[in-house]
Write a protein that binds this ligand. Structure first.
Ligand code: NAD
Ligand code: ZN
Ligand code: ZN
Length: 351
C-alpha cells in the first residue's frame, strides 16, 4: 500500500510503497477515510532533532485519523467490519491512573505504552496511508450517525485539542465575558465553533490572514483583528477596558503570547496551545493579577466522544480542504505556506 513516510528528522516526507499492516491479538486495522495534516507535523519535520522525542523516524505521518474497521485481531470485541470509527491519537499504557480515566495524553507509565509519548503518526505508523494499525481497540471510537470519516478525522486533534483547552476554562466564559482565539487555522477555526457551541462568551479572533479572519466571522467571531501595534489596546477597549477572560493562543510565538498577556483580564486564563517556540517573561507585574497561565496538550478519550457528538449534531464542522493520498506532501507544503482554509485532510479511501 502507499504511505507518506517521514524517514529522517529535518527532511520532507516521501510517498512510498510499504506492506499493508496485519492485526495481531487485540489489534485492529482500519481503512483510512481521512488523515488531517496538522501544523505539529511541520514542526516535527522542520525543527525536531534526534533525542528530542523518545522515538525516531521512520514512520508514516498522520496523527489525526478516522476510517472504517477493516480487520479485527484475535480477541477484539465490540467492533464490526466496515464500522466507521475515529482514532483517539495519544496512546498511553491503558492501565495507569491517568489512562484509566482516558487521559492518555498524560500517561504515567510510558514504558508500557505502544510508543512512549506518541502514537500513530508520532513514532508509530499513522494515517497518511491506505490502512493503519491500531494497537488496541480502546483507541477507536465509533462515529455517531451523521459523521463521515473525512469530516471526523480533524475532530480527533484540531477539534479535540481546542475542546480540551476551552472546557477547562468554561466556568469563566459567562454571558458578559470575552474569549480571544489567536490563529484561526485548523485548530482555531474549530476553536471558534466550539466556543460558540458550548459557551455564551463573545468571541474575538486574531490572525494575520484575512481569509482566516473571514472564516472566524462565518463561524461566530464578532470582532476580528489582523495583529499590529495597536491590537492589544483595541481589544482592551472593545472589552470596556476589563480585558479578555479566556485567551486561547493557537500560535504560541513571542508576539502572540505577548498579545495574550497584554489583553488578559484579571483572574482570566491565558492558555498556550500553539507550539510556536515563543516565550515571555513571567514576573509579578508582567501579567494582570491572578491570570492563570498554562499550556495544554491534546485531550482525553471521553472528550473526543463529546467532540464527535457535537460534530454529528452539526454544531461544529471541519472546513475540509481535501487532498488525495498522492497529493499528501502538497497538503503539508500548502499548510506551511498558509494556503489552507480550515484543515487539510488527506482522503486515501472513500466509503
Ligand atoms: P495552522 O497552520 O492550520 O493554523 C495556524 C494559524 O495561525 C494560521 O491561520 C496562521 O495564519 C496563524 N498565525 C500564524 N502566526 C500568527 C501570528 N503571529 N499572529 C496571528 N496569527 C498567526 O496550524 P494548526 O494545525 O491549527 O496548529 C496550530 C498550532 O498548534 C501549531 O503550533 C501546532 O503545532 C499546535 N498544536 C498543538 C497541539 C497541542 O496539543 N498543544 C495540538 C495540535 C497542534
Ligand atoms: Zn496535531
Ligand atoms: Zn498510562
Amino acid at each position: 500500500m502507499k504511505a507518506l513516510r517521514l524517514n529522517a528528522w529535518k527532511s520532507e516526507p516521501e510517498l512510498e510503497e510499504i506492506d499493508q499492516p496485519q492485526p495481531g491479538p487485540g489489534e485492529v486495522v482500519i481503512r483510512v477515510g481521512g488523515a488531517g495534516a496538522c501544523h505539529s507535523d511541520i514542526h516535527l519535520m522542520d525543527e525536531f532533532e534526534p533525542g528530542m522525542m523518545p522515538w525516531d523516524p521512520p514512520f508514516t505521518l498522520g496523527h489525526e485519523n478516522a476510517g472504517w474497521v477493516h480487520e479485527l485481531g484475535e480477541g477484539v470485541r465490540g467492533l464490526e467490519i466496515g464500522q466507521p470509527v475515529a482514532v483517539y491519537g495519544p496512546w498511553g499504557c491503558g492501565t495507569c491512573a491517568r489512562c484509566r480515566l482516558g487521559i492518555e495524553t498524560y500517561c504515567e507509565n510510558l514504558a508500557e505504552a505502544p510508543v512512549p509519548g506518541g502514537g500513530g503518526g508520532l513514532g508509530l505508523d499513522g494515517g497518511m496511508a491506505e490502512y493503519m494499525l491500531i494497537p488496541d481497540s480502546r483507541f477507536l471510537l465509533p462515529l455517531p450517525d451523521g459523521l463521515e470519516p473525512a469530516q471526523a478525522a480533524a475532530l480527533t486533534d484540531a477539534g479535540l485539542t481546542p475542546y480540551h483547552a476551552i472546557k477547562r476554562s468554561l466556568h469563566k466564559l459567562t454571558p458578559e465575558s470575552y474569549a480571544l482565539v489567536i490563529g484561526v487555522g485548523g485548530l482555531g477555526h474549530l476553536g471558534v465553533q466550539i466556543l460558540a457551541a458550548t459557551s455564551s462568551a463573545s468571541i474575538i479572533a486574531v490572525d494575520m490572514r484575512q481569509e482566516a479572519l473571514d472564516l472566524a466571522t462565518e463561524h461566530g467571531a464578532t470582532q476580528v483583528f489582523q495583529p499590529g501595534d495597536g491590537t492589544a489596546e483595541d481589544i482592551r477597549k472593545l472589552t470596556g477596558g476589563r480585558g479578555v477572560d479566556v485567551v486561547l493562543d493557537f500560535v504560541g510565538a513571542d508576539p502572540t503570547i505577548a498579545l495574550g498577556a497584554a489583553v488578559a483580564r484579571q483572574m482570566g486564563d491565558l492558555t498556550i496551545v500553539g507550539i510556536g517556540g515563543g516565550s515571555f517573561e513571567f514576573s509579578f507585574f508582567s501579567i494582570p493579577y491572578e491570570v492563570s497561565t498554562q499550556t495544554t496538550y491534546w485531550g482525553t478519550r471521553p472528550e473526543l466522544a463529546e467532540v464527535l457528538a457535537l460534530g454529528a449534531r452539526g454544531e461544529i464542522a471541519t472546513e475540509v480542504t481535501e487532498y488525495a493520498l498522492d497529493e499528501a506532501l502538497q497538503a503539508y507544503r500548502d499548510l506551511k505556506e498558509g494556503k489552507i482554509r480550515g484543515r487539510a485532510v488527506v482522503v486515501p479511501n472513500r466509503s
